[in-house]
Every structure is written in C-alpha cells, then in structure tokens.
Design a protein around this ligand. Structure first.
Ligand SMILES: NC(=O)c1ccc[n+]([C@@H]2O[C@H](COP(=O)([O-])OP(=O)(O)OC[C@H]3O[C@@H](n4cnc5c(N)ncnc54)[C@H](O)[C@@H]3O)[C@@H](O)[C@H]2O)c1
Length: 451
C-alpha cells in the first residue's frame, strides 16, 4: 500500500472509532438501577438470568423467547428470587423487535442460536441501546461481522461478546504472569474447543442432554439448531473460548493483530458413529452426511511474529479440555497436564512442575476481590464476570473491556476457516476490523480488580 493511502486509511479509521463513550456522555445517578432485557432464555440465557437476578443494581425489565417451556422455567426462577416479574415477549420469531421498540433498556443480553445474533445485535443498536452483551459468535458470515462492527461505530455503542473463558481463574492467573514477564516474550499459543458434544448435538426432544439421536425440529435446546451447523458447515465452528484468552495474552487489536489463517479438517466420522451406536443403523439420521470434520486445526500468524494454533474437536469421545499452551522465551504453561516450566525458576531442569502453587501465587486481583460473588455462578464462577463487566461498564458509562473489534476478530475465525478449508487449506488474509487502529489501541482487559 502507498504511504499516502495508508495515512488516509489510518485517519479515516481514527475518525470512525473516535466514538468510545466517555463518562460524561452516559453519566447516570449512582443509585439508578440498570434496566436490562434478555433475548433468549434457553440453557445459557437462564444462567445469565440467574446472575442478573442476583444483582441489586439491576432491574430486569423484559425477557423474550419463543419457547414456552423455557419461559416457564425463567418465570419460576424470577418468582423464586422475589424480584418483580419482567414484561414477557413471545409468540413469534420477531417478538424481540417489539421488546426493543419499547425503548426502555440500558442494556440487553442475547443468548439465542448463532444465526440470530447479528440481526438481534444490530436491531438492539438501532433501537438506541448502547450496551449489548452477545453470547459467543456475533455472526456467521464475514459480512455479518463487518455489519456488526459498522453498526456499532455508527450508533457509538458497545457490543461485548460474553466470552467467559477469558475470566477463567487459571487463565487470568496466567494473564497476570504473562504481564509480569514470567514466560519472557511470547512465541506460540494454543487453545481450542475440545469437548465431546455428541450428547448436546443429539437428544430425544425432551431432555437437554442425550437420551436419543434426534436433532433439528425433533431435538431440544442446542440439538434443535446447533447440529445443523455440523451438517452444513466445515470449519472451526466455535473458536472464541480458545482464542479469547490467547488474544488477551498477545494484545490482539491492541498493538498486535492476526495476519493470516489456514485451516485443515479431518474426515467426519464421530456424529454418524454416535447415531448408529445409539439409534441403530436404520435410524433415519444415520443417512445424514455431516460436513464438519471431527478435528479442525487452524493456524494463525500475528504481525508481531507469534503463531497460534486452535483446535475444534467436538464429535469424538474425549474428556473436556480447552488445550491451552502459552509459550515464551523463558518457559510455558499447558492446561492439559496442569503444569508449567520456567527456566531457572521451576524446581528441576527439563521437568514439568505442578502449576497450582504458581496459579495461587499469581491469582488475578479480579478473582481475589470477587471470588465470594462468583460462588454458584456457572462454569466454576467465571460466568459471574461477563455479566459483572457488562453491568459495571453501563454504570460507569465506559467502554466494555471486551469490545466489538475483539468480538468480530474472534468470531470471524469461523467463516475464515471455512473459506480456507473450501480452498483446499489455503492461507487466507485476516481482515483488520479496527481499520488500522490496532497500532494505537492499548490493552484494557482486566488491568484492575474492578471488572
Ligand atoms: N459461553 C458459554 O459458556 C456458553 C455455553 C452454552 C451456550 N453458549 C452460547 O449461548 C447461545 C445460546 O445457547 P443455548 O445453549 O442457550 O441454546 P438453547 O437452544 O438452549 O437456547 C436458545 C434459546 O433461544 C431461543 N430462541 C430461538 N430463536 C429465538 C427468537 N427468534 N427469538 C427469541 N428467542 C429465540 C430458543 O427458544 C432457546 O430458548 C449460543 O450462542 C451458544 O453458543 C455459550
């Protein structure tokens, strides 16, 4: 690119992102409750509902879902909490629009199937909501991601992906260690989503997990929609739990950025075998051809020279692991063996050391301060922090600690990996959603114990 063109693009980009809200812009009274709504109170939305109900600084104004069974579950939880029953929107797939039209929310949480996220995020922004917390994946195509970024900029709003693994206790202790330089200069990072989802992708239409091999209209919860993605798509369908923490370790979009990506897919056997084993070879679903390879491996390189390896592995028998590895010039941490090695600092040369004492020593200030509040919150307590961060950002009128550029960058790995696989595992260029601002933006995630 010519220097002149580069400067022009950089200043255009600077203009387009010079919106980050300030205290003054969204000032609110200290005792004012944050008015929240939830779209989608399925398995994940019920978790967020629980966390919002626990907070004395939140008024739950409205909830929306198309499924009466889960709405009844939500109503039961609200009654039990003793809080006022919110307005309930249901009846058709666009009831959420009627909810947003009421224009009474400070923020909204979206926990619906992936294919709805882009429309619901943009619909929320168009209705004037300045803070949107969306569950993981903010779109399905690359165009979706650009549209969400552009809408967020246009409406001068905040879109935070509710990526809870960024707040996992060991992940945050390692962030603390990375920032204190214990691993030296980071060189290579690994992570992924390695979770046997066969009993999530199939059920009997009644139970959430397992008990059958139905999906689509005959399935319930994620089996109703998520499995279709395994039928029609081949790529890293769920990159954000792995890449979110990694992006924070190496300051992606904040002094660094992903440059290019290449994905390989294995053959697909796991889902078909599961159907045959559980439902018999004459079950109609035994004829379904699943496009999603059982193990999809993605390599990304960064402009600052690090390499990142992500694995998506959800169709085979295996114990759960996100497979983190954080490796620098002085040593490394791996979460599978819960061990680390730091040259000259861990006890014996060439030998792993149990990570526990290190993780305790470098426990992140955020966990030290809020661990009591995390009790009972989902996924070992880390779910508390995403809702906490969203609400505290609204209260302070500041930008959310994970922003739309993070969300778009992490979530866009899915369509990029699909494209790479489609092209025979060719390397594809990674878009710069920040429009050049990655060079000037500074790390902000969890720098203090506030949120
Ligand atoms: N961060 C995590 O740890 C985590 C864990 C589980 C799920 N998730 C994510 O949360 C999201 C929801 O997953 P889930 O497990 O709750 O799925 P789910 O199927 O249990 O819940 C989705 C809900 O959305 C509702 N819905 C669908 N279309 C709608 C519409 N047009 N309007 C209103 N409601 C609608 C469904 O009726 C359902 O109740 C997904 O993005 C998923 O990837 C994240």
């Amino acid at each position: 690119m010519q220097r002149k063109e580069f400067i022009r693009n950089a200043s255009l980009a600077a203009a387009s992102v010079a919106f980050v809200p300030t205290n003054q812009l969204f000032a609110r009274k200290a005792d004012q409750k944050v008015k929240m709504g939830i779209i989608g109170v399925g398995q994940r939305g019920l978790n967020h509902l629980d966390l919002l109900l626990r907070r004395s600084d939140v008024e739950l104004v409205s909830i929306c879902d198309v499924d009466i069974r889960t709405l009844n579950e939500a109503k039961g939880m609200i009654q039990k909490s003793g809080k006022k029953m919110p307005e309930i929107y249901t009846g058709d797939s666009y009831a959420w629009k009627r909810m947003l039209d009421k224009k009474q929310l400070d923020g909204v949480v979206i926990a619906t199937p992936w294919e709805w996220h882009k429309d619901m995020i943009i619909g929320s922004l168009e209705s004037g909501i300045k803070y949107v917390g969306s569950e993981v994946m903010i779109g399905t195509s690359l165009e979706d991601h650009w549209e969400v970024v552009h809408a967020t900029e246009k409406y001068k709003a905040n879109v935070m992906m509710l990526e809870n693994v960024c707040y996992r206790r060991d992940v945050m202790a390692i962030l603390n260690m990375v920032r204190q330089g214990l691993f030296g200069e980071l060189i290579h990072l690994q992570g992924g989503y390695q979770h046997d989802l066969r009993e999530v992708k199939f059920n009997d239409g009644v139970n959430v997990y397992g008990h059958g091999v139905e999906f689509g209209e005959k399935g319930y919860s994620e089996a109703k929609w998520r499995t279709e993605h395994s039928v029609h798509r081949n790529g890293d369908l769920y990159p954000t739990h792995g890449v979110g923490p990694i992006a924070n370790y190496i300051n992606i979009n904040r002094g660094n950025r992903f440059n290019s990506l290449c994905s390989f897919s294995s053959k697909a056997r796991g889902l078909h075998n599961h159907i045959v084993k559980q439902g018999g070879e004459n079950h109609p679903n035994a004829k379904v051809n699943f496009r999603l390879g059982d193990v999809v491996t993605t390599s990304i390189n960064c402009v600052n020279g690090e390499t990142v390896l992500l694995q998506h592995d959800t169709n085979l028998p295996r114990p759960y692991s996100l497979g983190f590895r954080v490796q620098g010039t002085e040593g490394l941490w791996m979460d599978v063996n819960k061990s680390l090695y730091i040259e000259g600092k861990t006890a014996k040369p060439h030998q792993w050391e149990d990570a526990k004492a290190w993780l305790d020593k470098y426990d992140h200030p955020l966990w030290q301060r809020w661990s009591k509040e995390t009790e009972g919150a989902g996924h070992g307590g880390m779910d508390f922090f995403v809702i906490h961060a969203l609400i505290e950002s609204i209260k302070s009128g500041k930008a959310t600690p994970l922003d739309v550029y993070d969300a778009a960058t992490w979530s866009a790995i899915t369509p990029l990996s699909e494209k790479s696989i489609d092209l025979g595992s060719q390397t594809v260029e990674f878009p710069d959603f920040t429009g050049g601002q990655w060079m000037y933006r500074k790390p902000v995630f969890s720098l203090t114990d506030a949120y």
